[in-house]
Design a protein around this ligand. Structure first.
Ligand code: ACO
Length: 323
């Protein structure tokens, strides 16, 4: 284990071309744009094309992250893919991504922590790299959540969308000791598994199941769990809320993000919001939001960036990064 930190060298993202608006959705299920916007802040979501799988989205986002770093697949020796919507029960989607990117070496595996998957993947890659188990990681969050929905259930189908985001992680240079992942806190409490789950799976029903959720219960716990891990990483690094330049939360619901922002005392202009355009893309939501704020010039080298997520399990986590 080294004292050096891992850095996030680049970000990339991919969104399927097809956009499904609330108005369009309201033609097939008993809902309205007004209800969805008021309760969630969501206005539209992207939907993967027929035959376009999670690995396709993940590979596209991964390619863009590598391009943005001026790297090729030969420079990567670890692929970690956070997803709840794998192409198949096995092999890991990361292995299929490895094949699509033309990589024969290194290691590839998936992380299943639902909406917290990307934060778990960053924490995992951080540990792997610091321990010398790989030199450079492609860390991806990718989902085709649309395939896991019951499109007749208006309480869940309006909330989710498809997409992928990726980052390249590597050890920081000794000449830039301040840069990198400063701390990560990961938590879970499986006693809440039945608040947000799929009503099927290979072992229990030999099928895939659909998303089922007690929305109010999720909402009730979300803000407290998010603030719990945010305070933990601040405490571990000796930082305060005032030090943060950007807060990049999991994009489940604008009301949850606003609630966490108010509880933390964060000015709204420091909070990156993409849920209006992407809906909840589960493990892809944080890297998609990161990509948006890096691409539009908000997140810059040297900024202090907090990422956080909470989701099924329940799982939750946060990571503090000096960009
Ligand atoms: N359109 C119109 N009406 C709807 C819809 C819809 N899409 N969905 C539910 N309703 C109705 C309900 O049937 C209910 O009607 P009733 O009063 O006649 O019974 C009414 O709206 C209110 O329903 P509630 O469930 O009480 O609505 P609530 O204010 O709790 O909002 C929501 C629901 C948006 C799901 C909210 O609970 C929530 O945001 N929870 C967090 C869940 C979440 O974000 N999950 C994402 C995955 S977890 C994660 O990523 C953190």
């Amino acid at each position: 284990m080294t004292d050096r930190k891992t850095i996030i060298r680049s970000v990339g993202a991919y969104l399927p071309a097809r956009i499904l608006t609330n108005e369009e959705l309201a033609k097939t299920v008993d809902t309205s744009d007004e209800w969805i916007v008021q309760r969630t802040g969501i206005r539209q979501r992207h939907i993967a094309a027929e035959g376009e799988n999670t690995s396709d989205l993940a590979a596209a986002a991964g390619r863009r992250a590598m391009e943005n770093a001026g790297l090729e697949i030969g420079d990567i020796d670890l692929i970690v893919c956070a997803t709840t919507t794998p192409d198949m029960t096995f092999p890991a989607t990361a292995a299929i991504v490895q094949q699509k990117l033309g990589m024969h070496h290194g290691a590839a595996f998936d992380i299943q922590a639902v909406c917290s998957g990307f934060v778990y993947a960053v924490g995992t890659a951080d540990s792997f790299l610091k321990n010398g188990m790989g030199k450079r990681a492609l860390v991806i969050g990718a989902e085709t959540a649309s395939r896991l929905l019951d499109w007749n259930d208006r309480t869940t189908c309006v909330l989710f969308g498809d997409g992928a985001g990726a980052v390249v992680m590597e050890m920081g240079k000794p000449s830039e000791p301040e840069r990198g992942v400063l701390a990560t806190a990961l938590r879970s409490d499986g006693h809440f598994w039945n608040k947000l789950y799929t009503d099927g799976g290979p072992s229990s029903t030999q099928s895939m199941g659909h998303v089922r959720m007690e929305g109010k219960e999720v909402f009730k716990h979300a803000v407290g769990m998010i603030t719990d891990v945010v305070y933990k990483v601040l405490e571990d690094t000796g930082h305060t809320i005032e030090d943060l330049d950007w807060f990049v939360p999991h994009q489940a619901n604008k009301r949850i993000i606003d609630g966490a922002g108010v509880k933390l005392g964060l000015p709204p202009e420091k909070v990156v919001i993409t849920v209006d355009r992407h809906a909840n893309t589960s493990a892809a939501s944080v890297p998609l939001a990161l990509n948006t704020a890096v691409a539009d010039g908000r997140i810059k080298r040297g900024d202090l960036v907090m990422i956080e997520a909470m989701g099924g399990g329940f799982t939750w986590g946060a990571s503090l990064i000096r960009w």
